[in-house]
Structures are given as C-alpha cells and as structure tokens.
Ligand binder design. Structure first.
Ligand code: XMP
Length: 520
C-alpha cells in the first residue's frame, strides 16, 4: 500500500480542490480517472492507495449503468464518496438513488443525527450542488447527517471504512470543511498526517533526476526567474550540480524589476544563468503588429528560434550538448492535458499561452518536469525549504510574452517604454506601502486610444494607462484588488506626471471571469 490517496475524478469542478485540501491537511493525494483506477486496482496490492476519495460529477447515478464495483472490492480500503461519489457508493451497497425531484444548490443547513464529529457544531452550513439524492441509506450504513430539507447528507458504514457526504467539504463555503475531511483521514482511514510536508515533496521531486545523476547527461533549463523555474533550477543544481544550465531570454519585453531580479539571481545563487540578449529580433518582428494572437504567436515562435540557435552556438563553443529540457510545469497544467473530466472537457483556446512547449520535439530533448504533481503554493513551500529568498518565492507571476501582451494595439519602442515606466511606478508604490504581497498580480496596460487632457496650460491629446491589480489563488479565477483610493490616486498622479505621453489613468474593476487577468 502506498501512502497516497487517489482522488477518483468523476468530472466535478471541485476535483482539484479535494486534492489541494488533502495536501493542506498533510496527506499526499493524486487525481486519477475511473479508468486509470480500474487498471491500477488490477495491479499488485503494494501499489494500492491508502484511501480513495470519489469526487462529485455531472452524471446521474440512476441513468448510468457503468460498473464501478472495482472501487469497492477491497474491503479494507477506506473510501470517502462526495456528492455523486456518495451516490455511487450508496447505490453499490443497495441504497436507492432518486432522480432529481428535490435538488439542493448552494448553502444548506445540516444537522447531526448522532453525536457530532469532534470540533464541529451540531448544526452547520455546507455547500450543496445536487439534483439526485440518496433516498435511504444502504443496509449496514447509518445516516448520521441530514439537511434541513430532510434529505440524507452523510452516511457511514458500520462494518467498513466507508463515508459518504452529499455536500462538498472541499469548498470554502462549507463551514469546518477541512475538519470534516480531516475526520475522514484520521478516524475512518486511520492515516497518519504530515506525510506531505516540504521535505517529502522535495524528496519526491528529486527522484525525477535519477536519470541524470548517474549519467553524463546535461540538462537545459528555460529559465524565466519566476518561482517555478527558479525553484526547479535550484533543486536541479542541488541534485545534479553543474550539469544544469539555465538560459534566460531577454526579449526586450521585460520591466526594470525583471532585469534587476535576474541580475540579483546571478549574483546571489549558485545557478549557472546565461542571458540571451535578443531584443532586436523580437522588436523587428513585432513592430506594427496589433492583433493579440498574432503577437503571442510571433513571440512564442521567435523565442523558440533564438533559444535553439543560442543553444547550438553554446554547444559548439563549450562542447556541451543537452539531453533533457527542465521545466517547472505544475499540476494544474498536467491535469488539464491529461483528463477531460477534470476541467469538464477540453476548454476552448482563450489565448495561446506562451511557454516553451515546442522546444523538446524540435531539439530532440527529453522532458524533465519534477513539479508536475505540485500546486503553486507547494512549489513556494519547497522554494523556501530550498533556502530561496522570500521575495523571490512570492514574486508576482509574469507572463512569458512579457509586456508584449500589455500593449493593446500597435507595438513600438515608445509604447514599450510607456508600459515599462508606468509599471515601475506602480511597483515602487506597492513596495513603499507594503502592498506588493497583498495582491496576486499588479501591472499596467497601455490602451489603444488617445484622449484629450490639459497639461500645464496646454491641450494634451495623449494615451491612457490602465492599472490592473488582482487577487487570486491560482490565476484561474480572480477578483480586482480593492486598495485604498488614496493609493490609486498617488500612482495615477505619478504616472501622469512622470511618464511622457500619458494624460489619463484608469482602474480595471473586472473580475475573472468574465475578464481575463491580462488584457490580451
Ligand atoms: P489570463 O490572462 O489568462 O492569465 O487570465 C492567467 C495567468 O496566466 C498568466 N499568463 C501567462 N503566463 N505565458 C505565461 O507564462 C503566457 O502566455 C501567459 N498568458 C497569461 C497571467 O499573467 C496570469 O498570471
């Protein structure tokens, strides 16, 4: 048995959250599709998980004849069924699931029918999202929670380590949700906590380098200086030393703070960082381009081209040829590409994200992705455990195409400078007021319009800067940051006074969705 919980993904929008909450409680958890679970269950017993958590899902149990008996064959395996997962469990053991006559959506009051779980009040509020419901508990099960509508909200087996919850303990709207999940792990699954701290995560990530450690292989890291690539490169350096070579592309679409950051990393870390200065070629290709997707494609393609060329030159000059490409890919990207369930189907392309995706095939490199099972907050924990400075670890994310996607309309050297100068002012003011860490991302965007203003006694007809400040957990959803008006006023005054060609500053008060964080 492995010390890992498998989160069986039936297509709930909360599957990632179950995984995150489990890890926050100190339990290692991985998402698998039902098909993967079935295959693995047929394998050796030692590779079975410590527990299963069955997620919610959009299907209806009474209308689906899929055979899920493989989930319940091992009598000793602890299982938590959530929402649809509870109904799958309930039906398997002989209970009846009734089709959508009386759904419960949103917050609901629940009460214990017997002694409450430790640390949880007799009545509490939970998040529900179900049309079908379990009409009666199967034989051998006790209903221990009921909703204010008289529906079954929780069942547990008298003979086996099985627990079913009709509500979602993983979402924030459920009061004491973490304690309820913890009850499953502690009392039902009897799992020791703290299996999943920074040191264990690092140990697991180090394992990815075993293919390099004992060989002469050399590793190339496409290095952006963000927390993901910085932490992954630091781990690589700690594990394989000088065999890891970091290449940083300066495409001319960086802010003053990015140059200082890279310089600081060169001075203060042992990493082998090469800066590829390629502004001219990027600028040459971007001049006059208006369309956001075209800009993204040009930047992405040029990035790969210059990267490849420089690596080839490096190989000739230094005699080092590379076998692996090291990337700081995170779990949400892996989930999105692996499981159509996890995201409710492959989402349509909103923007073509720039990363180094085309590189490995083009250069014949094998991929090394030691963080492919981690979330960003976990990478930050590992970063701190690796001894990286806090300000590096909590640096705001910065997109691969840089400020190329923050210049709405035509790209030109003078418009790049306007974004650089205004961004620097915003950055300085955030630092001065200790507000930098109170938002997820903060930047300026140059809009494609001119407005009339007055500067001195003269009419001005100049461009507009928009301030974009957001709070988020993972960039998937976001809300605009509600900083004091006096702060915004100060930033606005400085930008209109100090940045030539800007007479007006506006503030973006759009959440994501419907807006995205970046403007292009
Ligand atoms: P959006 O604009 O899609 O951004 O709401 C979500 C998060 O992703 C970042 N972002 C990118 N990061 N390459 C990246 O590495 C990209 O092409 C890219 N586009 C957006 C964005 O800054 C935000 O943190």
């Amino acid at each position: 048995m492995e010390a890992v919980t498998w989160i069986v993904d039936f297509g709930s929008q909360y599957t990632q959250l179950i995984t995150r909450r489990s890890r926050e409680l100190g339990y290692k958890a991985l998402i698998l599709t039902p098909e993967e679970v079935q295959k693995k269950m047929a394998g050796p017993k030692e590779s079975r998980p410590r527990a299963l958590i069955l997620s919610g899902g959009p299907k209806s149990v009474p209308e689906d004849s899929t055979d899920f008996s493989f989930l319940f064959e091992d009598e000793g395996l602890p299982i938590l069924g959530i929402c649809y997962g509870m109904q799958v469990m309930g039906q398997f053991f002989g209970g009846e699931v009734e089709r959508g006559r009386s759904g419960e959506y949103g917050k609901a009051r629940l009460r214990f029918l017997s002694r409450p779980i430790e640390h949880i009040p007799q009545e509490f509020t939970a998040w529900m999202s179900h049309g079908d419901h379990l009409k009666e508990a199967p034989e051998g099960f006790e209903t221990f929670l009921e909703s204010e509508n008289g529906l079954i909200a929780g069942i547990r087996s008298r003979h086996r380590p099985l627990l079913g919850l009709q509500f979602h303990p993983e979402v924030e709207h459920t009061e004491k949700g973490a304690e309820i999940l913890s009850y499953f792990y502690r009392e039902v699954a009897k799992a020791p906590s703290s299996e999943w701290a920074a040191e264990q995560m690092l140990e697991e990530a180090r394992g990815h380098f075993s293919c390099v450690r004992e060989t002469r292989a050399q590793v190339l890291c496409a290095f952006s200086g963000g927390v993901d690539s910085l932490a992954v490169a630091s781990l690589a350096h700690e594990t394989i030393g000088e065999k890891c070579h970091c290449f940083f592309v300066d495409h001319g679409l960086l802010r003053p703070q990015d140059h200082l950051h890279i310089q600081e990393l060169q001075e203060k870390t042992p990493l082998n960082i090469h800066i590829l200065r390629c502004r001219d070629i990027f600028l040459e290709r971007l001049i006059g381009i208006h369309d956001p997707e075209e800009k993204r494609k040009i930047i992405g393609k040029t990035f790969i081209e210059v990267f490849e060329r420089q690596v080839e030159e490096y190989r000739k000059r230094e005699g080092v040829s590379f076998d692996y490409l090291l990337q700081g890919t995170l779990y949400p990207d892996v989930i999105e590409s692996m499981s159509p369930h996890a995201t409710g189907g492959k989402s349509s392309t909103i923007k073509s994200h720039h990363n180094v995706g085309g590189l490995p095939e083009k250069m014949g490199l094998k991929l090394l992705e030691p963080f492919r099972f981690f979330f960003k907050d976990e990478v930050r924990q590992m970063g701190l455990a690796l001894g990286l400075e806090k300000k590096w670890v909590f640096r705001h994310p910065f997109p691969g195409p840089g400020i190329g996607i923050r210049i709405v309309g035509e790209v030109s050297p003078s418009r790049i400078e306007k974004v650089q100068a205004s961004d620097q002012i915003l950055f300085e003011e955030l630092m001065k007021k200790n507000l930098y860490e109170r938002c997820w991302q903060a930047f300026t965007v140059l809009l494609p319009l001119k407005t009339v203003g007055v500067k001195g006694d003269e009419r001005a007809y100049e461009e507009v800067i928009c301030l974009r400040l957001v709070n988020s957990v993972d960039g998937m959803t976001a809300s605009w940051t509600d900083f004091a008006a006096s702060f915004l006023a100060r930033v606005s005054t400085r930008i209109t006074n100090e940045v030539p060609g800007i007479t007006r500053v506006v503030y973006d008060i759009t959440s994501k969705p419907p807006g995205t964080i970046e403007w292009e």
